[in-house]
Write a protein that binds this ligand. Sequence first.
Ligand code: ATP
Length: 249
Amino acid sequence: MTDPVLATHGLHKTFGALKATDDVSIELRQGEIHAIIGPNGAGKSTLIAQICGGLRPDAGRVELSGRDVSALDTRARTRAGIGRTFQISALAMEDTVLQNVLLGAIGAAGSPWRFFKPALGDTALREHAVEALRRVGLEDHQAVVTAELSHGQRRQLEVAVALTLTPKAFVMDEPMAGLGAEGSKTLTGFLDGLRAQAPILLVEHDMDAVFALADRISVLVYGRIIESGTVAEIRNSQAVREAYLGEGA
Ligand SMILES: Nc1ncnc2c1ncn2[C@@H]1O[C@H](COP(=O)(O)OP(=O)(O)OP(=O)(O)O)[C@@H](O)[C@H]1O
């Protein structure tokens, strides 16, 4: 088996008496989609924040391609290759698709603002941005104002921004949120192909998408991974059914 691209080792995080992350060790390998599921409040966002650098764990570490990145802040982790897809609100709706890729990439890389205007005319950077748009299927939309994109296309645009930094791994927090059935289906197809470019750690409530996409699923309940396995193993797990899938069904 190949070495993991992204891994956490024994992450712990408490908020007062609450164990939000309780000894979480997970791995993401080349070419795979590893989904993290769990009920509301299970600790998914807290875990993602520790992986991406927004929150410091009380104990444990995060490794990217075998390198301990635990001491790096969010920007440095992005530059190191953790490609978190940004929230829709991070896109400038009045700007074009191409401008968003250029500006998003520059912003994520942490370049000072004063470099940003000249960069819009930088041919190499433009080519790099157009290539990212091509890889997400938005090449023909580069001159379109972002507000005119569908929600699903905006997700693809966020991925294009992340792609300009050549991520080693994607971390996605509920990409299906706000999409209708048709949008979810289209984005599911898109993510299916994207895993070949970089593996994806996927936090998602949409179980149709999770079951369609995941090579592996880890189930988080009260901050602990209670089960980790293939779609079939998770579907058949009594513990998961009791703790999660049965909930509200
Ligand atoms: N900054 C904080 N201070 C105190 N408690 C927090 C903080 N952040 C999260 N929590 C608590 O930690 C637990 C895990 O929250 P988290 O948002 O990570 O769960 P989640 O699985 O992402 O939930 P959801 O699916 O609803 O987004 C919750 O009980 C939450 O109230």
